[in-house]
Design a protein around this ligand. Structure first.
Ligand code: HEM
Length: 474
């Protein structure tokens, strides 16, 4: 029989913590998601890890993540309080806010994204225009190998920028490129050992210079946004709202008489910044994985092109309405997201109350890591989890099949608000580029040498690489 003490305070099991460092002796801060995956093999699907003095409960495997994030949606539905994000946003915005403020921002964001075309024709047209510019840029290399990082960043970012501000930025706009570089640097730093240590030991913050760089970058990004806000405020016209920012400003006017409106300027700044950052990095990183994988697996690339030749008229580009007749392409895009696994530890949640879960008691305010990588590689759900294999999403007749354990956008109350937009972009950009070009490794590079190991940050990126293109079948 369990003792009284054990029953009352029954945290999930885990490695024995040491004084001061907790379990940092068994966690590789350069690849924490891998260490956590290994620990789940020893301690099961719900376990406790001590990151220094901070106690964290990890959820591993699709069934466990689903049980927590969907079946116990409220109890695992808060965002964790993470020191660096706290410093960055002071609790504002969508992704790292809490309680009523989060609820108001999330509701406003979802309805405004819908108004400005997420999941509708208008945004499809915008993405296809951007694709045109992107193709012209690719063509300008005339088959010479080049690095796709900044250009994909820029093209993807232009889609969210048109939703936010009603404008796009030219690919050679130096101010905008600087902005994207700051964003890239932060995404990398936010997953770096130094910033992780800052999050575990915030009171020793002065030791960890990387967190200062992160904050400095945020203030530069903010300055850029503030300038745009001023322009939008001057030209604000309620009969011609250009995007999210205008809609937010209208809401501010409507609420100007309310004493405690949550639509204050800090909300505007950090909601915009959240959408800009989350809407740029993730989708363009996934695109880059996709093109790298197509260089690595030319036979898969060829099959996509053959499918498009069957389904799409000569000279035409793929549209969203073609997707249901392109099951192979759809399967490859899903497999890219599964395999690339770009947010391997999700975004930490927390418990707003004490929670009884699978026989354990998790105290109020405990940080929760939904280990998304463990669902995307779950051996109970995927035939060859560690292999790039589009047939994960195909039945024996070649029809597309949805897979429950496919959760790159996470699930539940705080799941990604950009899922619909990201899926439209991935389909139109990816299929469109393959319609136009055949991608291959630079001359002298064998496809076997292409490196698929990840450059670890807050997201998993492909290692720097070059891509060569020649004209495809259109
Ligand atoms: C949250 C993944 C694209 C905006 C998240 C989360 C994940 C994620 C894993 C954490 C959700 C949770 O805690 O349950 C991705 C991936 C993307 C992508 C893999 C692309 C391939 C986008 C885009 C936008 C966006 C295009 C902008 C429109 C957000 C926001 C949140 C979020 C605002 C915070 C939601 C909240 O806390 O309520 N995303 N995302 N994401 N994403 Fe995305």
């Amino acid at each position: 029989a369990t003792s009284w003490k054990k029953r009352v305070c029954h945290l999930p099991p885990g490695p024995q913590p040491l004084p001061l460092i907790g379990n940092l002796n068994v966690v590789d801060l350069k690849k924490p998601f891998q260490s956590l995956t290994e620990l789940s093999k020893l301690y099961g699907n719900v376990f406790t890890v001590h990151f220094g003095p901070k106690k964290v409960v990890v959820l591993a495997g699709y069934e466990t993540i689903k049980d927590a994030l969907l079946n116990h949606a409220e109890e695992f539905g808060e965002r964790a309080e993470i020191p660096i994000f706290r410093e960055m946003t002071r609790g504002n915005g969508i992704a790292f806010s809490h309680g009523e403020l989060w609820k108001a921002m999330r509701r406003f964001t979802l309805s405004t994204l819908r108004d400005f075309g997420m999941g509708r024709r208008t945004i499809e047209v915008r993405i296809l225009e951007e694709l045109n510019s992107l193709i012209k840029y690719f063509e300008s290399y005339q088959g010479k190998p080049f690095d796709t990082k900044m250009i994909l960043n820029n093209a993807v970012s232009n889609v969210i920028c048109s939703i936010l501000f009603g404008e796009r930025f030219e690919y050679d706009d130096p101010a905008f490129l600087t902005l994207l570089k700051l964003l890239n640097e932060n995404t990398k730093l936010l997953g770096s050992p130094m910033v992780l240590l800052y999050n575990f030991y915030p009171s020793l913050g002065f030791l960890f210079g990387a967190s200062k760089t992160v904050l400095q970058n945020i203030s530069e990004l903010s300055a850029f946004l503030q300038k745009l806000f001023r322009e939008h405020k001057e030209d604000l016209n309620e009969n011609n709202l250009t995007g999210f920012v205008d809609a937010f400003m209208m809401k501010q006017q409507q609420e100007s008489k309310k004493p405690h409106s949550m639509f204050h300027n800090e909300s505007l700044l950090f909601s915009t910044l959240d959408l800009f950052a989350a809407g740029t990095e993730t989708t363009s990183t996934t695109m880059r994985w996709g093109l790298l994988l197509m260089m690595k697996y030319p036979e898969i690339q060829r099959k996509i092109q053959e499918e498009m030749n069957q389904v799409i008229e000569p000279g035409e580009m793929p549209k969203l309405e073609d997707r249901r007749r392109m099951p192979y392409t759809d399967a490859v895009i899903h497999e890219i997201q599964r395999f690339a696994n770009i947010v391997p530890m999700g975004v930490s949640r927390s418990t707003p109350t004490d929670v009884n879960f699978q026989g354990y008691v998790i105290p109020k305010g405990t940080e929760i890591i939904p280990l998304l990588t463990s669902a995307l590689n779950d051996e109970l759900h995927w035939k060859t989890p560690h292999q790039f294999n589009p047939s994960h999403f195909l039945d024996a007749d070649g029809n597309f099949v949805r897979r429950e354990a496919f959760i790159p956008f996470s699930i539940g109350r705080r799941a990604c608000v950009g899922e619909g937009l990201a899926k439209m972009e991935l389909f139109l950009f990816f299929a469109g580029l393959l319609r136009k070009f055949v991608f291959q490794p630079p001359p002298g590079v064998n496809k076997a040498e292409l490196d698929l190991t990840a450059d670890v940050g807050f997201t998993l990126n492909p290692m720097p690489h070059l891509l060569a293109e020649e004209y495809g079948p259109v």
